[in-house]
Design a protein around this ligand. Structure first.
Ligand code: URP
Ligand code: ZN
Ligand code: ZN
Length: 484
Protein backbone atom coordinates (compact mmCIF):
# COMPACT_ATOMS: atom_id res chain seq x y z
CA UNK A 1 0.00 0.00 0.00
CA UNK A 2 2.89 2.40 0.72
CA UNK A 3 5.76 3.34 -1.58
CA UNK A 4 8.00 4.06 1.41
CA UNK A 5 7.74 3.49 5.14
CA UNK A 6 10.03 5.30 7.57
CA UNK A 7 10.02 3.28 10.77
CA UNK A 8 11.35 3.21 14.32
CA UNK A 9 12.28 6.90 14.42
CA UNK A 10 11.42 9.75 16.77
CA UNK A 11 9.08 12.09 14.91
CA UNK A 12 9.36 15.80 15.61
CA UNK A 13 6.94 18.53 14.61
CA UNK A 14 6.59 22.09 15.84
CA UNK A 15 4.10 20.81 18.42
CA UNK A 16 5.06 17.20 19.30
CA UNK A 17 7.89 14.71 19.75
CA UNK A 18 6.76 11.08 19.57
CA UNK A 19 7.73 7.59 18.44
CA UNK A 20 6.03 6.60 15.22
CA UNK A 21 6.20 5.36 11.64
CA UNK A 22 5.37 7.26 8.48
CA UNK A 23 3.78 5.72 5.39
CA UNK A 24 4.36 7.57 2.12
CA UNK A 25 2.24 7.14 -1.00
CA UNK A 26 2.48 9.14 -4.24
CA UNK A 27 4.79 11.73 -2.71
CA UNK A 28 2.59 12.48 0.28
CA UNK A 29 2.42 11.37 3.85
CA UNK A 30 -0.44 8.86 3.78
CA UNK A 31 -0.30 7.62 7.36
CA UNK A 32 1.38 8.17 10.69
CA UNK A 33 0.95 5.43 13.26
CA UNK A 34 2.78 3.68 16.10
CA UNK A 35 3.81 0.95 13.68
CA UNK A 36 3.28 0.59 9.96
CA UNK A 37 4.14 -2.65 8.21
CA UNK A 38 4.86 -3.24 4.54
CA UNK A 39 6.02 -0.61 2.09
CA UNK A 40 7.94 -1.13 -1.16
CA UNK A 41 10.92 0.46 0.55
CA UNK A 42 11.52 0.58 4.30
CA UNK A 43 13.84 3.15 5.85
CA UNK A 44 15.09 2.29 9.33
CA UNK A 45 15.16 5.50 11.38
CA UNK A 46 16.08 3.80 14.68
CA UNK A 47 17.99 6.24 16.89
CA UNK A 48 17.25 9.05 14.45
CA UNK A 49 15.04 12.15 14.45
CA UNK A 50 12.47 12.36 11.68
CA UNK A 51 11.58 15.98 10.99
CA UNK A 52 9.98 18.08 8.26
CA UNK A 53 12.53 18.86 5.58
CA UNK A 54 13.87 22.35 6.00
CA UNK A 55 12.41 25.25 4.05
CA UNK A 56 15.10 27.78 3.22
CA UNK A 57 13.22 31.06 2.99
CA UNK A 58 16.10 33.40 2.15
CA UNK A 59 18.60 32.51 -0.57
CA UNK A 60 20.12 34.29 -3.55
CA UNK A 61 20.42 31.76 -6.37
CA UNK A 62 21.30 32.53 -9.99
CA UNK A 63 20.70 36.17 -9.17
CA UNK A 64 22.60 39.22 -10.36
CA UNK A 65 23.39 41.79 -7.68
CA UNK A 66 22.43 45.40 -8.41
CA UNK A 67 25.96 45.95 -9.72
CA UNK A 68 25.62 42.96 -12.02
CA UNK A 69 27.61 40.27 -10.18
CA UNK A 70 26.09 36.81 -10.66
CA UNK A 71 25.92 34.46 -7.68
CA UNK A 72 28.20 31.43 -7.90
CA UNK A 73 25.32 29.04 -7.31
CA UNK A 74 22.68 28.35 -9.90
CA UNK A 75 19.49 26.40 -9.24
CA UNK A 76 21.33 23.10 -9.57
CA UNK A 77 24.29 23.72 -7.27
CA UNK A 78 22.25 25.86 -4.88
CA UNK A 79 19.50 23.29 -4.52
CA UNK A 80 22.00 20.43 -4.15
CA UNK A 81 23.73 22.34 -1.38
CA UNK A 82 20.37 23.04 0.27
CA UNK A 83 19.46 19.35 0.10
CA UNK A 84 22.73 18.28 1.75
CA UNK A 85 21.90 20.77 4.48
CA UNK A 86 18.58 19.08 5.27
CA UNK A 87 16.25 21.18 3.12
CA UNK A 88 13.46 19.82 0.94
CA UNK A 89 12.45 23.16 -0.56
CA UNK A 90 13.57 26.76 -0.83
CA UNK A 91 12.38 30.21 -1.81
CA UNK A 92 15.16 32.16 -3.52
CA UNK A 93 14.66 35.65 -4.90
CA UNK A 94 13.69 36.67 -8.41
CA UNK A 95 15.22 40.12 -8.69
CA UNK A 96 13.75 42.95 -10.72
CA UNK A 97 16.33 45.55 -11.65
CA UNK A 98 15.30 49.04 -12.72
CA UNK A 99 13.76 49.14 -16.16
CA UNK A 100 12.88 45.44 -16.21
CA UNK A 101 9.35 44.15 -16.45
CA UNK A 102 8.26 41.71 -13.76
CA UNK A 103 6.85 39.36 -16.39
CA UNK A 104 10.28 39.19 -18.05
CA UNK A 105 12.03 38.70 -14.70
CA UNK A 106 9.78 35.78 -13.83
CA UNK A 107 10.24 34.24 -17.28
CA UNK A 108 14.01 34.44 -16.76
CA UNK A 109 13.85 32.80 -13.34
CA UNK A 110 11.46 30.13 -14.61
CA UNK A 111 14.18 29.19 -17.06
CA UNK A 112 16.93 29.25 -14.39
CA UNK A 113 14.94 27.31 -11.81
CA UNK A 114 14.27 24.36 -14.13
CA UNK A 115 17.48 22.81 -12.82
CA UNK A 116 16.43 22.65 -9.17
CA UNK A 117 16.59 19.29 -7.39
CA UNK A 118 14.21 20.49 -4.67
CA UNK A 119 10.84 22.23 -4.73
CA UNK A 120 10.95 25.99 -4.97
CA UNK A 121 9.15 29.27 -5.29
CA UNK A 122 10.44 32.85 -5.54
CA UNK A 123 10.16 35.99 -3.51
CA UNK A 124 9.94 38.79 -6.05
CA UNK A 125 12.33 41.70 -5.48
CA UNK A 126 10.79 44.97 -6.66
CA UNK A 127 13.15 47.85 -7.42
CA UNK A 128 11.02 49.67 -9.99
CA UNK A 129 7.36 49.92 -8.92
CA UNK A 130 5.94 51.47 -12.10
CA UNK A 131 2.21 51.76 -12.66
CA UNK A 132 2.37 48.70 -14.92
CA UNK A 133 4.15 46.75 -12.19
CA UNK A 134 1.72 47.82 -9.45
CA UNK A 135 -1.49 47.49 -11.43
CA UNK A 136 -0.85 44.59 -13.81
CA UNK A 137 2.34 42.65 -13.26
CA UNK A 138 2.18 42.11 -9.50
CA UNK A 139 -1.44 40.94 -9.68
CA UNK A 140 -0.35 38.48 -12.41
CA UNK A 141 2.46 37.24 -10.15
CA UNK A 142 -0.04 36.68 -7.29
CA UNK A 143 -2.26 34.70 -9.61
CA UNK A 144 0.51 32.20 -10.20
CA UNK A 145 1.15 31.87 -6.46
CA UNK A 146 4.03 34.27 -5.89
CA UNK A 147 2.81 35.81 -2.67
CA UNK A 148 5.83 37.61 -1.23
CA UNK A 149 7.90 40.59 -2.36
CA UNK A 150 11.16 41.98 -1.11
CA UNK A 151 11.97 45.66 -1.11
CA UNK A 152 15.14 47.48 -0.10
CA UNK A 153 15.58 50.55 2.07
CA UNK A 154 19.26 50.70 1.14
CA UNK A 155 21.49 50.48 -1.96
CA UNK A 156 21.04 53.36 -4.43
CA UNK A 157 19.96 51.07 -7.26
CA UNK A 158 17.37 49.15 -5.24
CA UNK A 159 16.03 51.48 -2.56
CA UNK A 160 12.39 52.41 -3.18
CA UNK A 161 11.99 55.33 -0.80
CA UNK A 162 9.17 55.43 1.72
CA UNK A 163 6.48 56.27 -0.84
CA UNK A 164 7.43 53.37 -3.10
CA UNK A 165 7.44 51.08 -0.12
CA UNK A 166 3.95 52.22 0.90
CA UNK A 167 2.75 51.45 -2.63
CA UNK A 168 4.16 47.92 -2.47
CA UNK A 169 2.81 47.32 1.04
CA UNK A 170 -0.63 48.42 -0.11
CA UNK A 171 -0.71 46.34 -3.29
CA UNK A 172 0.63 43.30 -1.44
CA UNK A 173 -1.95 43.66 1.28
CA UNK A 174 -4.77 43.92 -1.25
CA UNK A 175 -3.79 40.50 -2.60
CA UNK A 176 -3.01 38.79 0.71
CA UNK A 177 0.72 38.87 0.03
CA UNK A 178 3.54 39.81 2.37
CA UNK A 179 6.23 42.45 1.86
CA UNK A 180 9.75 41.59 2.96
CA UNK A 181 12.22 44.34 3.68
CA UNK A 182 15.98 44.77 3.86
CA UNK A 183 16.07 47.50 6.49
CA UNK A 184 19.13 49.75 6.64
CA UNK A 185 19.12 53.54 6.43
CA UNK A 186 20.72 54.34 3.07
CA UNK A 187 21.76 57.91 3.88
CA UNK A 188 23.47 56.93 7.13
CA UNK A 189 25.48 54.29 5.27
CA UNK A 190 26.43 56.68 2.47
CA UNK A 191 27.47 59.34 4.97
CA UNK A 192 29.65 56.81 6.78
CA UNK A 193 31.13 55.68 3.45
CA UNK A 194 32.10 59.26 2.59
CA UNK A 195 33.71 59.81 5.99
CA UNK A 196 35.69 56.56 5.84
CA UNK A 197 36.75 57.15 2.22
CA UNK A 198 38.01 60.62 3.11
CA UNK A 199 40.35 59.02 5.62
CA UNK A 200 41.40 56.30 3.15
CA UNK A 201 39.82 53.57 5.31
CA UNK A 202 38.70 51.06 2.70
CA UNK A 203 39.79 47.64 4.02
CA UNK A 204 37.04 45.00 4.40
CA UNK A 205 36.78 45.56 8.16
CA UNK A 206 35.43 49.09 7.56
CA UNK A 207 32.40 47.56 5.89
CA UNK A 208 31.19 46.71 9.41
CA UNK A 209 31.81 50.26 10.60
CA UNK A 210 30.09 51.81 7.59
CA UNK A 211 26.74 50.16 8.34
CA UNK A 212 26.00 51.11 11.95
CA UNK A 213 23.58 49.23 14.16
CA UNK A 214 21.58 52.46 14.29
CA UNK A 215 21.12 52.33 10.51
CA UNK A 216 19.30 49.03 10.90
CA UNK A 217 17.36 50.11 13.97
CA UNK A 218 16.16 53.32 12.34
CA UNK A 219 15.09 51.53 9.19
CA UNK A 220 13.30 48.73 11.07
CA UNK A 221 11.42 51.34 13.09
CA UNK A 222 10.48 53.18 9.89
CA UNK A 223 9.49 50.00 8.07
CA UNK A 224 7.22 49.02 10.94
CA UNK A 225 5.65 52.50 10.94
CA UNK A 226 5.02 52.30 7.18
CA UNK A 227 3.42 48.87 7.57
CA UNK A 228 1.31 50.12 10.47
CA UNK A 229 0.06 53.09 8.47
CA UNK A 230 -1.55 50.77 5.92
CA UNK A 231 -1.98 47.80 8.29
CA UNK A 232 -0.07 45.54 5.92
CA UNK A 233 1.90 42.38 6.69
CA UNK A 234 5.65 42.90 6.84
CA UNK A 235 8.58 40.50 7.14
CA UNK A 236 11.90 41.94 8.27
CA UNK A 237 14.72 39.90 6.82
CA UNK A 238 18.14 39.26 8.34
CA UNK A 239 17.74 41.18 11.62
CA UNK A 240 21.26 41.66 12.96
CA UNK A 241 20.90 43.96 15.95
CA UNK A 242 19.54 43.73 19.49
CA UNK A 243 17.79 47.06 19.02
CA UNK A 244 16.14 45.93 15.80
CA UNK A 245 14.97 42.67 17.38
CA UNK A 246 13.54 44.56 20.35
CA UNK A 247 11.56 46.79 17.97
CA UNK A 248 10.16 43.69 16.27
CA UNK A 249 9.26 42.14 19.62
CA UNK A 250 7.51 45.32 20.76
CA UNK A 251 5.55 45.75 17.53
CA UNK A 252 4.40 42.13 17.64
CA UNK A 253 3.07 42.75 21.14
CA UNK A 254 1.19 45.72 19.72
CA UNK A 255 -0.50 43.40 17.23
CA UNK A 256 1.30 44.56 14.09
CA UNK A 257 1.20 41.99 11.27
CA UNK A 258 4.90 41.49 11.63
CA UNK A 259 7.29 38.60 10.97
CA UNK A 260 11.07 38.44 11.13
CA UNK A 261 14.14 36.27 10.76
CA UNK A 262 17.76 36.30 11.74
CA UNK A 263 20.60 34.25 10.22
CA UNK A 264 23.32 31.91 11.52
CA UNK A 265 26.08 34.34 10.62
CA UNK A 266 24.75 36.91 13.10
CA UNK A 267 24.68 34.23 15.81
CA UNK A 268 28.02 32.60 15.00
CA UNK A 269 30.41 35.23 13.60
CA UNK A 270 31.50 38.74 14.56
CA UNK A 271 32.98 41.83 12.98
CA UNK A 272 36.40 40.57 14.12
CA UNK A 273 36.11 38.08 11.26
CA UNK A 274 36.22 41.04 8.88
CA UNK A 275 39.57 41.97 10.37
CA UNK A 276 41.37 38.85 9.16
CA UNK A 277 44.74 39.32 7.43
CA UNK A 278 44.97 40.74 3.92
CA UNK A 279 41.66 40.76 2.06
CA UNK A 280 40.38 37.63 3.88
CA UNK A 281 37.80 39.76 5.64
CA UNK A 282 35.96 40.08 2.30
CA UNK A 283 34.66 36.54 2.86
CA UNK A 284 32.75 37.82 5.87
CA UNK A 285 31.22 40.87 4.21
CA UNK A 286 27.45 40.80 4.15
CA UNK A 287 24.78 43.40 4.69
CA UNK A 288 23.75 44.09 7.34
CA UNK A 289 27.25 43.39 8.65
CA UNK A 290 28.41 41.03 11.38
CA UNK A 291 28.23 42.61 14.84
CA UNK A 292 29.75 41.63 18.22
CA UNK A 293 29.48 38.94 20.92
CA UNK A 294 27.02 40.92 22.99
CA UNK A 295 24.69 41.22 19.99
CA UNK A 296 24.99 37.48 19.34
CA UNK A 297 23.79 36.74 22.86
CA UNK A 298 20.87 39.14 22.52
CA UNK A 299 19.87 37.65 19.15
CA UNK A 300 19.97 34.15 20.62
CA UNK A 301 17.58 35.29 23.36
CA UNK A 302 15.22 36.57 20.67
CA UNK A 303 15.49 33.24 18.83
CA UNK A 304 14.64 31.46 22.06
CA UNK A 305 11.72 33.67 23.00
CA UNK A 306 9.90 33.78 19.67
CA UNK A 307 10.79 37.16 18.16
CA UNK A 308 11.87 35.40 14.97
CA UNK A 309 9.74 33.08 12.86
CA UNK A 310 12.76 31.69 11.05
CA UNK A 311 16.51 31.38 11.06
CA UNK A 312 17.40 31.66 7.37
CA UNK A 313 20.76 31.47 5.64
CA UNK A 314 20.70 34.57 3.38
CA UNK A 315 22.89 32.39 1.15
CA UNK A 316 24.50 34.96 -1.15
CA UNK A 317 27.41 33.07 -2.73
CA UNK A 318 30.14 35.27 -4.17
CA UNK A 319 33.43 33.48 -4.62
CA UNK A 320 36.72 34.77 -3.22
CA UNK A 321 37.94 35.60 -6.72
CA UNK A 322 37.38 37.91 -9.68
CA UNK A 323 34.00 36.31 -10.47
CA UNK A 324 32.58 37.23 -7.05
CA UNK A 325 34.09 39.35 -4.29
CA UNK A 326 36.77 40.91 -6.48
CA UNK A 327 35.11 41.95 -9.74
CA UNK A 328 36.55 45.42 -9.05
CA UNK A 329 40.06 44.06 -8.49
CA UNK A 330 41.90 42.10 -5.81
CA UNK A 331 42.41 45.16 -3.56
CA UNK A 332 39.03 46.77 -4.14
CA UNK A 333 37.77 49.18 -1.49
CA UNK A 334 34.98 47.62 0.59
CA UNK A 335 32.10 49.49 -1.15
CA UNK A 336 33.10 47.73 -4.38
CA UNK A 337 33.27 44.22 -2.92
CA UNK A 338 30.17 42.03 -3.39
CA UNK A 339 28.10 41.68 -0.22
CA UNK A 340 26.99 38.30 0.92
CA UNK A 341 28.20 34.94 2.14
CA UNK A 342 27.21 31.32 1.53
CA UNK A 343 25.47 29.21 4.17
CA UNK A 344 22.55 27.25 2.73
CA UNK A 345 24.06 23.88 3.71
CA UNK A 346 25.31 25.08 7.08
CA UNK A 347 22.10 26.75 8.30
CA UNK A 348 20.37 23.74 9.82
CA UNK A 349 23.42 21.86 11.11
CA UNK A 350 24.46 25.10 12.83
CA UNK A 351 21.00 25.74 14.29
CA UNK A 352 20.69 22.13 15.43
CA UNK A 353 24.09 22.03 17.07
CA UNK A 354 24.25 25.48 18.64
CA UNK A 355 20.50 25.58 19.26
CA UNK A 356 19.24 22.11 20.21
CA UNK A 357 22.44 20.32 21.25
CA UNK A 358 23.69 23.35 23.16
CA UNK A 359 20.36 23.47 25.03
CA UNK A 360 19.26 26.87 23.77
CA UNK A 361 16.13 25.75 21.92
CA UNK A 362 13.92 22.67 21.94
CA UNK A 363 13.57 20.22 19.09
CA UNK A 364 10.09 21.62 18.47
CA UNK A 365 11.51 25.14 18.20
CA UNK A 366 14.09 23.84 15.77
CA UNK A 367 11.35 22.51 13.51
CA UNK A 368 9.34 25.72 13.79
CA UNK A 369 12.37 27.88 12.99
CA UNK A 370 13.62 25.70 10.17
CA UNK A 371 10.40 24.78 8.35
CA UNK A 372 6.96 25.16 9.91
CA UNK A 373 6.87 28.91 10.35
CA UNK A 374 8.26 29.55 6.88
CA UNK A 375 5.58 27.28 5.40
CA UNK A 376 2.85 29.21 7.20
CA UNK A 377 4.22 32.69 6.61
CA UNK A 378 4.93 32.12 2.94
CA UNK A 379 1.95 29.94 2.11
CA UNK A 380 3.58 26.57 1.41
CA UNK A 381 0.55 24.89 2.85
CA UNK A 382 1.49 21.30 2.00
CA UNK A 383 4.94 21.63 3.55
CA UNK A 384 6.62 22.27 6.90
CA UNK A 385 5.04 19.59 9.04
CA UNK A 386 4.46 15.86 9.36
CA UNK A 387 0.80 15.01 8.94
CA UNK A 388 -1.33 12.89 6.63
CA UNK A 389 -1.90 14.71 3.34
CA UNK A 390 1.25 16.82 3.56
CA UNK A 391 4.06 16.49 1.03
CA UNK A 392 6.54 13.84 2.17
CA UNK A 393 9.29 16.43 2.65
CA UNK A 394 11.28 14.80 5.42
CA UNK A 395 14.78 15.01 6.88
CA UNK A 396 16.12 12.14 8.97
CA UNK A 397 18.78 13.40 11.33
CA UNK A 398 21.45 11.57 13.28
CA UNK A 399 21.64 13.75 16.40
CA UNK A 400 24.83 12.15 17.75
CA UNK A 401 27.43 12.60 15.01
CA UNK A 402 29.91 15.44 15.44
CA UNK A 403 31.93 16.71 12.50
CA UNK A 404 33.89 19.73 11.44
CA UNK A 405 32.43 21.97 8.76
CA UNK A 406 34.39 21.69 5.52
CA UNK A 407 33.96 23.34 2.15
CA UNK A 408 33.47 19.92 0.51
CA UNK A 409 30.52 19.17 2.78
CA UNK A 410 28.71 22.28 1.56
CA UNK A 411 28.33 20.81 -1.96
CA UNK A 412 27.94 24.30 -3.39
CA UNK A 413 29.90 26.13 -6.06
CA UNK A 414 31.88 28.21 -3.60
CA UNK A 415 35.57 28.35 -2.81
CA UNK A 416 35.11 29.03 0.91
CA UNK A 417 32.65 28.61 3.74
CA UNK A 418 32.59 31.18 6.53
CA UNK A 419 31.76 28.34 8.94
CA UNK A 420 34.95 26.35 8.07
CA UNK A 421 36.28 24.29 10.96
CA UNK A 422 33.30 24.80 13.25
CA UNK A 423 32.53 21.61 15.18
CA UNK A 424 28.83 20.79 14.85
CA UNK A 425 26.79 17.92 16.25
CA UNK A 426 23.85 16.53 14.27
CA UNK A 427 23.74 15.54 10.60
CA UNK A 428 20.82 15.25 8.16
CA UNK A 429 21.53 11.74 6.84
CA UNK A 430 18.54 11.16 4.58
CA UNK A 431 16.46 13.91 2.97
CA UNK A 432 13.26 13.42 0.99
CA UNK A 433 11.31 15.76 -1.24
CA UNK A 434 7.78 14.60 -2.11
CA UNK A 435 8.73 11.08 -1.10
CA UNK A 436 11.85 10.92 -3.28
CA UNK A 437 15.14 10.40 -1.50
CA UNK A 438 17.32 13.28 -2.62
CA UNK A 439 20.28 12.82 -0.26
CA UNK A 440 21.29 9.57 1.40
CA UNK A 441 24.31 9.30 3.71
CA UNK A 442 26.37 11.87 1.87
CA UNK A 443 25.32 10.85 -1.65
CA UNK A 444 23.09 12.86 -3.96
CA UNK A 445 20.19 10.76 -5.21
CA UNK A 446 18.23 13.51 -6.95
CA UNK A 447 18.20 14.17 -10.66
CA UNK A 448 18.68 17.65 -12.03
CA UNK A 449 15.32 19.32 -12.54
CA UNK A 450 13.19 17.08 -10.35
CA UNK A 451 12.17 19.98 -8.09
CA UNK A 452 8.81 21.58 -8.81
CA UNK A 453 7.54 25.12 -8.62
CA UNK A 454 5.19 25.50 -5.64
CA UNK A 455 2.32 27.95 -6.11
CA UNK A 456 1.91 29.54 -2.70
CA UNK A 457 -1.15 30.55 -0.71
CA UNK A 458 -1.59 33.92 0.95
CA UNK A 459 0.09 34.79 4.24
CA UNK A 460 -1.41 33.25 7.38
CA UNK A 461 -2.21 36.16 9.73
CA UNK A 462 -3.66 34.09 12.55
CA UNK A 463 -2.91 35.80 15.86
CA UNK A 464 -1.99 39.12 14.22
CA UNK A 465 -4.88 41.49 14.83
CA UNK A 466 -3.27 44.39 13.01
CA UNK A 467 -3.31 48.10 13.57
CA UNK A 468 -5.66 50.72 12.22
CA UNK A 469 -4.24 54.23 11.99
CA UNK A 470 -6.91 56.80 12.84
CA UNK A 471 -6.23 58.73 9.69
CA UNK A 472 -6.94 55.68 7.57
CA UNK A 473 -10.07 54.72 9.48
CA UNK A 474 -13.18 56.12 7.73
CA UNK A 475 -14.76 56.42 11.20
CA UNK A 476 -12.13 59.03 12.08
CA UNK A 477 -11.14 60.60 8.76
CA UNK A 478 -14.39 62.15 7.56
CA UNK A 479 -15.34 58.90 5.81
CA UNK A 480 -12.41 58.90 3.40
CA UNK A 481 -11.28 55.61 1.88
CA UNK A 482 -7.53 55.99 1.35
CA UNK A 483 -6.17 52.44 1.22
CA UNK A 484 -7.85 49.02 1.16
O1 URP B 1 24.89 40.79 1.99
C1 URP B 1 23.91 40.27 1.53
N1 URP B 1 23.00 39.78 2.33
N2 URP B 1 23.77 40.18 0.23
C2 URP B 1 22.64 39.76 -0.46
C3 URP B 1 21.83 40.91 -0.92
C4 URP B 1 21.01 41.44 0.19
O2 URP B 1 21.34 42.43 0.78
O3 URP B 1 19.98 40.82 0.51
ZN1 ZN C 1 19.02 41.85 2.14
ZN1 ZN D 1 19.57 38.41 1.21
Amino acid sequence: MFDTVIHSGTLVTASDVFRGDIGIKDGRIAAIAETISGGDRRIDAGGRLVMPGGIEAHAHIAQESSSGVMTADDYYTGSVSAAFGGNSSFIPFAGQHRGQSVDDVLATYDERSRRSVIDYSYHLIISDPTEAVLNDELPRAFKRGITSFKVFMTYDLMNLGDGGMLDILTVAKAHGAITMVHAENNEMVKWMNRRLAAKGLTAPRYHAISRPELAEEEAINRAISLAKLVDAPLFIVHVSTAGGAALVQRAKLDGVKLFAETCPQYLALTRDDLDRPGMEGAKFMCSPPLRDRETQQALWRHVQSGTFESVSSDHAPYRYDASGKFTAGPDAPYPKIANGMPGIAARLPYLFSEGVVAGRISLKQFVALSATNAAQTFGMTAKGSLAPGMDADIAIWNPDVTRKVTLADQHDNMDFTPFEGMELTGVPEIVLNRGNIIVEHGTLRAAEGQGRFVPRATVDLTGKPGYLAKELDPAHNFGTRIAP
